[in-house]
Every structure is written in structure tokens, then in C-alpha cells.
Design a protein around this ligand. Structure first.
Ligand SMILES: CC(C)(COP(=O)(O)OP(=O)(O)OC[C@H]1O[C@@H](n2cnc3c(N)ncnc32)[C@H](O)[C@@H]1OP(=O)(O)O)[C@@H](O)C(=O)NCCC(=O)NCCS
Length: 231
């Protein structure tokens, strides 16, 4: 379980209470910079291992790409001392009209304690401060991420409401479900599109969506696309 200790510059400290009260650790969640390049390989490996375990699609990332995000102040890293615990980065599309918070990963040793929730909150606030006019979007198959997005005010939308920047969609080519995206002329896939539109009335009203709605949506898509695959 995480508790915010507060903010100092670009460093956010959270305290982890583990099952035994004796184990209390302080974790730092930081806007990454060049000095964090040393973690790029571990981040890519953890993302790739997670994709294999889940057996789902993922857009692969190279260490050089991760490093460029750190150098530009467009990434957040969680560190337990000098050990990498979690990561997420910002991508900018349509010349800044859209941004995405992508590549969310929590190392298996740190899952189930609320770390992803803290990282998502910090990268979202950082994105909003850096690109206040941008619509923030996400495409994901992960129920945890759908839930976290919903908590932040994102709404599920069709792909037509997301970026039209082709280089974003080209990033899906390394995903194992890419054929689905092609088959549907980029209108839908196994991922659910979610959007935070800073100017939308609906976003301001901010009604959270129940997890069972996302589960149902995921099941419908799996059934639909599995049937299509058998044809
Ligand atoms: C998904 C992932 C980031 C979650 O990290 P985490 O630190 O364990 O998540 P948290 O503990 O902050 O949990 C956040 C919320 O999601 C829920 N959640 C976590 N894992 C979940 C799962 N596998 N299925 C459904 N809900 C889940 C939690 O119950 C929590 O909900 P709550 O706020 O109601 O308590 C982590 O499991 C991971 O890195 N997985 C592999 C990579 C991945 O799937 N990335 C997302 C790509 S889009």
C-alpha cells in the first residue's frame, strides 16, 4: 500500500507499507532525465517479459527510444533506492494536439501495491502541465490500465476520436494483434481507446466507469475477433 509523502521539485516520495509493519520503504517517483539512461535496458526487458507472460500484444520499444524520452523530460521513473521499480513515458502526436502516456510498466517485485496508480497520476499531471491544450489518450488491453485511466477522467472512445498521426498507428506493427488492426482498417482492435479531453463537458463531469463494463467489452472483442480468426 502506498501513501504520498509529498513533492520536492520533480521528486515525489511515497512510503510503502508492506504486510509486516517492519518493512517500510521509501520509493521515489521522479521526472526522469539523462542520468536515468542506465535503466533503459532493464525497462525494455521488463516490458518485453511482461508481454510474453500476458501473451498479449505490445508495441516493442528500444533502449534508445526510452533514453530519448528521459533526455526530453517526457518520462517518469520509480526507484527503490537505485533499483528500477516502474516507468511510463509521454508521446506527442499531431504536433501536440494529442499526447499519450505509454509504456506503463511496474517490475513484478513491486506489483499489487498501488505503484502503477501513483506513476499514472504523476505522468498524467506532468502531461497536463507540459501540454495543457492536448487531449490525452491511451490504447490498452489491460483492465488495470482501463481502470486507472477511468479514475483520471478518461472516457472510452472509438479509434476515430484518437490521433490520426499515422506514425502512432505504425507503432502497433510489432504487436501480435496487428493483423486485427489492419483487417478493420484501423477502426478497432483488441485494445480499447480512451480519451481525456480537457475541453469536454463529459470530462468535467467525470463519472467513473465500473470495472465490469471493461471486462464485458474485452470479452465481446475477444469473441468477435476469435470468431473472425477461425474463418
Ligand atoms: C498493469 C500494471 C502496470 C499494474 O501495476 P500495479 O502497480 O500492480 O498496479 P496497482 O497496484 O497500482 O493497481 C492499480 C489498480 O489496478 C488494479 N489491477 C492491478 N492489476 C490488475 C489486473 N491484472 N487486472 C485487473 N485489475 C488490476 C488494482 O486492483 C488497482 O485497482 P484499485 O485502485 O481499485 O485498487 C503491472 O501489472 C504491469 O506492469 N503489468 C505488465 C505491463 C502492462 O500490462 N502494462 C500496461 C500496458 S497498457
Amino acid at each position: 500500500m502506498f501513501k504520498n509523502l509529498g513533492e520536492s521539485g520533480s521528486t515525489f516520495q511515497v512510503i510503502i507499507f508492506q504486510s509486516s509493519l517492519i518493512k517500510i520503504k521509501i520509493m521515489e517517483i521522479i521526472i526522469a532525465d539523462k542520468s536515468h539512461s542506465i535503466y533503459a535496458h532493464s525497462i525494455c526487458e521488463t516490458i518485453s517479459d511482461a508481454a510474453q507472460v500476458r501473451g498479449t500484444g505490445i508495441a516493442k520499444r528500444k533502449p534508445e527510444y526510452i533514453i530519448s524520452k528521459m533526455e526530453n523530460g517526457n518520462a517518469v521513473i520509480a526507484l527503490d533506492g537505485t533499483t528500477f521499480a516502474g516507468f511510463c513515458y509521454i508521446e506527442k502526436w499531431n504536433h501536440g494536439k494529442f499526447v499519450a502516456n505509454s509504456g506503463l510498466i511496474v517490475h513484478p517485485d513491486y506489483r499489487g501495491q498501488g505503484l502503477a496508480k501513483q506513476i499514472k497520476k504523476i505522468i498524467f499531471e506532468h502531461s497536463r502541465a507540459k501540454f495543457p491544450e492536448a487531449k490525452v489518450f491511451s490504447i490498452t488491453t489491460g483492465l488495470a490500465v482501463m481502470k486507472l485511466n477511468s479514475d483520471l477522467g478518461y472516457k472510452p472512445v472509438t479509434f476515430s476520436e484518437l490521433t490520426t498521426d499515422q506514425s502512432f498507428w505504425d507503432g502497433c506493427q510489432t504487436c501480435k494483434n496487428y493483423d486485427v488492426l489492419q483487417r478493420t482498417q484501423q477502426t478497432m482492435c483488441m485494445c480499447t481507446g480512451m480519451l481525456f479531453d480537457p475541453n469536454s463537458k463529459e470530462t468535467k463531469e467525470h463519472k467513473k466507469i465500473k470495472e465490469k463494463v471493461f471486462k464485458r467489452l474485452k470479452t465481446i472483442k475477444q469473441t468477435l475477433f476469435l470468431k473472425n480468426n477461425k474463418k
